[in-house]
Design a protein around this ligand. Sequence first.
Ligand code: IVH
Length: 671
Amino acid sequence: MTKQASIKKRINELRDEIRRHDELYYVQDNPEISDRDYDELMERLRDLEQKHPEFVAPDSPTQRVAGRPAEGFPEFIHRRPMLSLDNSYNIEELRAFDERCRRLAGGKAPEYVAELKIDGLSLSIHYEDGVFVRGVTRGDGFRGEDVTPNAKTIRSVPLKLRNGASGIAREIEVRGEVYLPRRIFEKINAEREEAGEPRFANPRNAASGAIRQLDPKIVARRRLDMFAYDVLAGERKAFKTHWEALDWLVSAGLHVNENRRLCQSIEEVIEFCNEMESKRDDLGYEIDGVVVKVNSTALQDEFGATGKAPRWAIAYKYPARQATTEVKDIVVQVGRTGALTPVAMLEPVALGGVTVSRSTLHNEDEIERLGLRIGDWVLIERGGDVIPKVLKVVDSKRTGKEKRFRMPTECPVCGGRVSRPEGEAVSRCIAADCAAQLIGRLLHFASRRAMRIEGLGFALAEQLIEKKLVRDVADLYSLTIDELASLERMAKKSASNVLSQIEASKSRDLWHLIYGLGIRHVGERTAGILARHFGSLERLGQARVEELDDIHEIGLTMAQSIRDWFDDPGNKRLTERLRDAGVRTEAEKPARRAEDQKFAGKVFVLTGTLPSMTRDEARSLIEASGGRVTSSVSKKTDFVLAGAEPGSKLDKANELGVKVIDEAEFKKMLA
Ligand code: IVH
């Protein structure tokens, strides 16, 4: 093949690939690659076409904005094209944007507005004399789909503008992003799973599928929401600045995201980007970055646009949270309870700012649900919880060479028998002396939220067990410096560090110990409740099942599991040996009688983002004062503690007449 022919071939391949992803994204709402990977494909194509203009064709994906109108809805030609945005992926690129803006503005630093980039789909809604008349999707940027009946089902789209359009123009167009709150997304997916339908990969796909439903009744059930981010008077911008436009939208009764900032410099923009990135997981909806816009409308007009995007705005994208990669193998890990967990070994891929090379598959049922085989390509996601999960198999990448996975019938660590009881999803190694379980128990005991013994990692735990220096967690407290120093990669210095860590762990507060024992069903929170209630390990060990079950938030399964643990003679000896070794088994503060406490018996519901504390912090404060936190508002709720963006819980509280307090009031009550 000549060089020209091979370039042409490459260009055609790229175009086909991009078209296929367009189809998956825009028509099927079922993307296989991340936006970033898509951008990269586009960039490569654009680059090749630029170097070889002889191959540019009018039907190339580079020649239009994106997307295409779906069938079933009338077409509507936008009065002013709905452009997309150029992306930037790091601070340098943001600074370069700033420099270009300053140059275009003749050397003066323009004001910017920074706002969240909501991960949904854009919608344009039209008002005539203040009355809603039409809703149109973006489509390819020039022609969209008229989805009026569906747009009307969105509660945050007012059917009449509150300020009666206050004289700006007869025809008003509001643009914004339609999205699905996370909470509703989870609900929809649970329902789909129940009905045997495939889950949506993310809220955006679910929202975009919803707005294109032909039956508005189904759309209404999806509970879509919308944040407005622009207003046009006819086909012109309605205000002198973008900031004023946003204020006007608020006064008109539209939802405008309150996380927005007027910035005097790019440094302030960067600060906003960083701040919001750390809050990303606390928002009730997905964002994929920040949009930075030049505030002055006159400057915007002056800067103009390149083919698809304005020069006066840029998206600062946060690291993608989804990616596709190959499952090289599925290995089985044995945990401290003997549970066998299949883990997907992935071709390493960058995701959310780190390289991901493995992902838990939980159990056999999960593998079955996903229909996953070794060798498959998968879409993975890494949310705020750090652990990446496999969302789905990319069917189109199947070659037929993929292999089915079988759960081993023998423990991969000790060779012991594996059993999966009827009705349970988890297979377990039932050998009592399985080394993997011992290692797991040691690591859990030493973990940060338990006894926090730094330096006791996997390699050390493995050696301690192999050399038979440690058979259970109590043995840690009789280790000598010589024993430790005799181990591989363990100099005297690090041996003595580990010893002093072990020593220090003796005085951790009681809940750390209770949690560290690894009693089934007893997590950190339960450990805290038990420590506060009983005040000592001894008293906890004597508690009857009914007594445990009577404690709020402790159910019968948990109560039984706690009782069983203490009834085991080996465990009983273990607790005695821990106490004899000098480990603190009493709570720092003696158990207080619940009725003496500030919030004794009070029920709280938390909603929205609090100004100075996380929800977990608020929860701990409430629980430490004898109150409880539940997830939904009912007549039994005493207080709703509301922060920014409170959502429907606040409405519910007002409806039921439940007292709503803010953080300041909450702190006053505590003081
Ligand atoms: S401004 C020309 N502001 O991001 C200005 N867009 O990648 C274009 N988006 O199609 C829109 N949040 O669907 C703007 N606060 C925001 C946004 C936002 C999300 C979406 C919008 C647009 C896409 C561009």
